[in-house]
Design a protein. Structure first.
Length: 106
């Protein structure tokens, strides 16, 4: 196993999201984890599977804190790379996520 890869059944997402090296996230958009990511001010690329995740992903997109969600069942690697690139390069996603963070802190 590579020293750059770590496998675990659970990770402290809220703590990881607040690490200064973390600038964005890709997530399935379940409500608890999405709340943790937004509380950390991170823009998010969603890849929703079921239940409330698709609606959460579209609400996130509409808020400006993430691009169009990626369908986890039907996407090409180029599409994923493009969306991740946009998430990292388009400053408006981070600005919207930070605005939501400030609203959550009130």
């Amino acid at each position: 196993a590579s020293a750059a890869v770590y496998a675990s059944g659970w990770l402290p997402q809220a703590a990881i999201a607040r690490h200064p090296c973390v600038v964005a996230a890709m997530y399935h958009c379940g409500p608890n984890g999405l709340y943790e990511l937004l509380a950390a001010g991170l823009p998010v690329l969603c890849s929703p599977f079921a239940f409330d995740q698709p609606e959460n992903a579209h609400l996130l997109k509409d808020s400006g804190a993430g691009p169009q969600p990626v369908d986890p069942r039907h996407f090409e690697s180029a599409e994923l790379a493009s969306r991740l690139g946009a998430l990292l390069e388009n400053r408006s996603y981070a600005e919207s996520a930070q605005r939501l963070q400030r609203e959550m802190e009130r």
